[in-house]
Design a protein around this ligand. Structure first.
Ligand code: GLU
Length: 444
């Protein structure tokens, strides 16, 4: 029998100075420990020890030259966490905060998220402490080339299929895919999030944002409620926030806030026109990492250094970064009458903020369920690549929507708790069972 405190103490001992990994592991293990303790096969297989240890971890040096001719050195990683149900799959993050511990937390989460999509994808994650902020296109190109020169040794379309994450969008995937092709002389689905002219899937750029809104729509319906007329605060202004603004508007809600590291923008009229959505893409492409110019351009209000969780809104969608919404933010949202919280960033809320939402019976979706539309559509991109075929936007979108509806049902099935749906528990148990059962089938 497992004891939560004892297991976590041992995990911390084995993984010192990796607080994000420990946080992510604790959240999952808390949810699944009873399921494991009730199943002699899981106990005999030492399933918790095996599922918390990555299959393998690569760390490599990335050398490149900046525009001033100065040599730069970054560290690159790929964490291949678990491939019980399919090739390792998960994004690459380029951000100065990236450490091995960050990528272990993300790879661990990815394993359960990918399982929830119902597609055959294992969990992995990678990236670098490279900071794209202020870098020219030429510098980004040189960095991506050098990064892929190392990474290509460890990946392959049937082995490990990276994609984007924070700091890695279509441009970076293009530069990395170009280098992969140069070195391997093959056109394969080794990366997802590719451009539409060179093997990408329609709707992949929008997929995470669309998916979280499809999931939210299901949550709202489960409460006999509607998205129509709901006010929404979104954090972030990148690809995920962009897709969320578009689909939220289409579903009849009004997104009134987006944010950046510099503060948040409150747009009373709603971030609801193509011009505004296109401008968000321009802001991201500028590599300046600031959202303030949106307020100036569209006559909205800018709140420097603040987070949008102080606003009175019906729904909150953290779409930016891990632990971006803390206990004080949760209390402020609840005091202002928030009705639903849909975590869309990976582990976007601190553990005590999640507990607060659950204790106050606020429907709360964890990132691994709500943001799974991105990787699910990556899975659809892999299917299209394997078939040498491409589906229409309508076909991809319909499949994405069905996947999100099914993820919601799985969460409800495993997370129903006397009238309240505990989506955290539901997502963790549903995601875990499939991976664990596959591991038992495969032996060790
Ligand atoms: N980075 C995204 C995630 O966190 C997408 C991963 C992918 O498409 O492989 O799920």
């Amino acid at each position: 029998m497992y004891n939560l405190d004892e297991f976590m103490a041992e995990l911390e001992r084995k993984n010192p100075a990796q607080p994000e990994f420990i946080q992510a592991a604790k959240e999952v293990i808390e949810s699944i420990i009873d399921v494991v303790n009730d199943n002699p096969a899981y106990l005999k297989a030492k399933i918790l020890e095996r599922i918390t240890e990555p299959d393998r971890v690569f760390s490599f040096k990335v050398e490149w030259e900046d525009d001033n001719g100065e040599v730069q050195v970054n560290r690159g990683y790929r964490v291949q966490f678990n491939n019980a149900i399919g090739p390792y799959k998960g994004g690459l993050r380029f951000h100065p905060s990236v450490t091995l511990g960050t990528l272990k937390f993300l790879g661990f989460e990815q394993m359960f998220k990918n399982s929830l999509t119902t597609l055959p994808m294992g969990g992995g994650k990678g990236g670098s402490d490279f900071n794209p902020k202020g870098r020219s296109d030429a510098e980004i190109l040189r960095f991506c080339r050098s990064f892929m020169t190392e990474l290509q040794k460890y990946i392959g379309p049937e082995t490990d299929v990276p994609a984007g994450d924070i700091g890695v969008g279509g441009r970076e995937i293009g530069f990395m895919y170009g280098q992969y092709k140069r070195l391997k002389v093959e056109n394969t689905g080794v990366l997802t999030g590719k451009g539409i002219n060179w093997g990408g899937s329609l709707v992949r750029p929008e997929a995470t944002g669309y998916g979280t809104m499809y999931f939210a729509d299901e949550m709202v319906k489960a409460n006999k409620d509607t998205m129509k007329g709901k006010t929404i605060a979104v954090s972030g202004f990148g690809n995920v926030a962009w897709g969320a603004c578009i689909k939220g508007t289409e579903l009849g809600a009004k997104v009134v806030a987006i944010s950046g590291p510099d503060g948040y923008v409150y747009d009373e009229k709603g971030i609801s026109t193509k011009e505004k959505w296109d401008y968000m893409l321009q802001l991201r492409a500028s590599n300046k990492d600031i959202v303030a110019p949106y307020a100036e351009k569209f006559g909205a209000k800018f709140f420097p250094g603040k987070k949008p969780w102080e606003l009175k809104v019906d729904m909150a969608f953290p779409c930016a970064f891990q632990n971006e919404l803390n206990l004080a933010d949760a209390k402020a949202l609840i005091a202002n009458g928030v009705k639903y919280v849909v975590e869309t960033s990976n582990m976007g809320c601190t553990a005590d903020a999640v507990t607060e939402f659950i204790n106050k019976k606020i429907p709360f979706a964890p990132g691994k369920a709500a943001n799974a539309g991105g990787v699910a559509t990556s899975g659809l991109e892999m299917s299209q690549n394997a078939m040498k075929y491409s589906w229409s936007a309508e076909e991809v979108d319909a499949k994405l929507k069905t996947i999100m509806i099914n993820i919601h049902s799985s969460c409800v099935q495993e997370g129903k708790d006397s009238g309240y749906i505990n989506y955290v528990k539901g997502a963790n148990i549903a995601g875990f069972k499939k991976v664990a059962d596959a591991m038992l089938d495969l032996g060790y």
